[in-house]
Design a protein around this ligand. Structure first.
Ligand code: ZN
Length: 405
């Protein structure tokens, strides 16, 4: 059984570090606040009977030994935040993992597998515009080029490592091998669980973002002197494409497509635009589905611009592979949810998580906990105490079942 009062009071206490004027939290990586938060979490880990250390990039790790011949089960999330974020995003996953380990200790239950609880360094990317630093390092994929990324004051990740006593030339030792699986609990940051009246959910996969930039070039001309039939208006072509993107994405169950930026030049009330740029963020947990949707969008755009004699270039800004969660872990989470008599709901994650980084390294699974009104990255972010308890109970059972597998 979980001690929800202990868990809840830790959520409150941790949210006091980096607290903002409107009750949000700002904790960027390699800062005083984040260091203080790590030291507090370190004490919780010690209370839970874990042996605690910082790895080569500053991930905080609480380790519980087990049978030396068995691979390690990793549990974790992050404690950094976006500017003026909430107190549950990331922190809930770290604190729940610690609570699960402490509950096992309280009940004198010993697991066979060694377990490590990790508070990953900088998941959000708020400081350097480059996130998942800690999980990339654990996966063995943090390269030295990434260390040159700078914050707004020109301070690089490399500088930050040195400031906190880490050796930038030694980051590869953070890589973990001999891992059985990674399990993360996180707030949903959406409304699917709320709409299904479920406190917890089974994550089927993590949708990877594909970012494309479309540039349409026509002819900037006088709005009064150019007859309708003689125009090459890239904005009209762009709007037809944007409207079609919504229709195309709607054909798929989980796919989402968003045009989040749009700019036009020269931009005058009496000038037909000369060029238009917009970006698309495309996501699905299946790379195949995402690829099909991408092709349909590209094909439609090509047809529209050729009809209208507009030039089109498409630049790929970012292509992150989606991750399918382990079938075995999904089934085990489902079993635990059923045993606790909660409704069984499976859903994809639209947002990225540290778990993504382990795609090619070992199996991953995620448990989602209901978010009030789906709000996150905001001081209003909230998860009810009974939902926190439900999530922790599901995680505890899931870990016990997985340990036997
Ligand atoms: Zn998060």
């Amino acid at each position: 059984m979980i001690n929800v009062e202990r868990l809840w009071s830790r959520i409150e206490e941790l949210s006091g570090i980096g607290k903002t004027a409107d009750n949000g939290v700002t904790r960027f990586s390699y800062t005083r606040e984040e260091y203080e938060a790590n030291e507090l979490v370190k004490r919780y880990m010690q209370q839970a009977g874990l042996e605690v250390y910082y790895d080569a990039v500053g991930n905080l790790i609480g380790s519980k030994s087990g049978n030396k011949d068995l691979p390690t089960i990793l549990l974790g999330s992050h404690i950094d935040t976006v500017p003026n974020g909430g107190k549950f995003d990331g922190s809930l996953g770290v604190l729940t993992a610690i609570e699960v380990m402490e509950s096992l200790q309280d009940q004198q239950i010993l697991l066979d597998h060694p377990v490590k609880v990790i508070a990953f360094k900088d998941e959000e990317g708020s400081r350097f515009g480059f996130g998942m630093i800690g999980s990339l390092a654990v996966a063995g994929n943090l390269n030295s080029k990434a260390l040159e990324r700078k914050d707004k004051d020109g301070f690089s990740i490399r500088d930050a490592l040195i400031e906190y006593g880490y050796d930038p030339e030694n980051i590869q030792v953070a890589q973990m091998t001999d891992v059985k699986m990674y399990l993360e609990l996180h707030i949903e940051q959406g409304k699917v669980l709320e709409n299904n009246e479920a406190p917890v959910g089974i994550v089927t996969g993590i949708a990877g973002p594909l970012w494309l930039k479309f540039k349409l070039t026509g002819e900037a001309e006088h709005a009064g002197a150019t007859p309708m039939g003689q125009r090459k208006d890239p904005l009209v072509a762009a709007s037809l494409i944007i409207a079609e993107i919504e229709k195309l994405a709607n054909q798929y169950e989980d796919a989402v497509a968003t045009v989040g930026t749009l700019s036009l030049t020269p931009g005058g009330v009496n000038v037909i635009p000369g060029s238009v740029e917009f970006t698309i963020d495309l996501r699905d947990i299946s790379e195949q589905v995402r690829g099909r949707l991408e092709k349909e969008i590209r094909d439609f755009a090509t047809t529209i611009v050729s009809e209208r004699k507009i030039d089109l270039t498409i630049e790929e800004l970012q292509r992150v592979a989606p991750v399918i969660c382990s079938q075995q872990i999904q089934e085990t989470i489902q079993q635990s949810i059923s045993e606790l008599d909660y409704p069984v709901v499976s859903l994809p994650s639209g947002a990225g998580h540290d778990a993504m980084q382990f795609k090619d390294a070992f199996p991953v699974g995620m448990i989602f906990v209901r978010s009030k009104d789906g709000i996150s990255h905001n001081p209003k972010e909230f998860t009810a105490k009974e939902d926190v308890k439900a999530g922790a109970e599901v995680m505890l059972r899931t870990l016990i079942h997985l340990d036997k597998s």
